[in-house]
Design a protein around this ligand. Sequence first.
Ligand code: HPA
Length: 280
Amino acid sequence: MAEKNIIEKLNSCVSSVRRVTDFVPRVALTLGSGLGDYAKNMRVAAEIDYKDIDGFPVSTVAGHAGKLIFGHIGDVPLVCMQGRVHYYEGYPMTDVVLPVRLMKMLGATSLVLTNAAGGLGDGMAAGDLMLITGQISSFVPSPLIGPNIDELGPRFPDMSEIYDRELIALAKKCAAELGIDLKDGTYLQFTGPAYETPQEVRMAKILGADAVGMSTACEAVAANHMGMRIVGISCISNLACGLSEKPLSHEEVQAAADEAAPRFAALVTKLIEGMGELCR
Ligand code: HPA
C-alpha cells in the first residue's frame, strides 16, 4: 500500500473516532485471548465498533469481537483494543498494525500488548504468564516495508530495546506484589494460522524463543517505530506443538487462556495503574 494511502486511512480513522469522543488516552492496551472481557475492569467513557471506524480492518475470527474502548483504570486514561486482526486473516501488514498506530495518534504514548502463546521455555506450563523481554519477528513481513512515513517515525528505527526496561521492572514488581509467578522470555511470531509443527517448534527453541504466537511482534515493531514505550505479556495457553502428548485445538487454547484470565487481568490492572506514574 502506498504511503499516502496509509496515512490517509489513519487520518480518516482518527476523524471517525473524534466524531464520537474527544477522550485522550495515555496508555493503549491490546487484548489477547482470555482478556476479551477485560473492559469490565474499566470505567468506560466511550466505545466505538471497529466497523464504524472508517478504514479500520475488521476481524473475521470468531471470539475476536471488535471495538475500541476508552476509559480509566484507576486514574490512568486508557484506550483498549477489544479484538485484533491477524496477518493470517489476509490483511496487509500495514492494516494489521493500523490499530496500534491509530491509538498512538489518539494520544497513547505507551502500549501494553497481550496475547496467548505456545510455551517452549524451560519449566513452562499451560496457564503460566510470560513477560516478553525480547522478540523475533523475522518470520513475518515487517509492517515498515514500503516508503517510510516520516510523520510516524524514522526510516531505520533502532530495535535494540523494543520492550521498555522500566516497564519490564514495573511488571515484575506488580507480579511479585500479587504473588503471581511471572516467567520472562523471547516471543517469536509465526504467520499461522496453522499451529507449528514439532520441527518448527524445535527450530524456534534453537533460535532462542520461549513462546510462539501469531500476533504482537509486528505490532511492537510498528509501535517502537513511533517511539511508544512497550510492555508485553503472553498467557502461555499451551505447550507448543510436540512438547506435550496432545494435539493442539483452538478450543483448548481458548479454554486455558480463559482459565488464566483472572490472574492475567489482575496483573494488567496493577501494571496500568503503575504506568500512570511512569508514563506521563
Ligand atoms: N502457537 C502459535 N500461536 C498460539 C499457540 C501456539 O502454540 N497457542 C496460542 N497461540
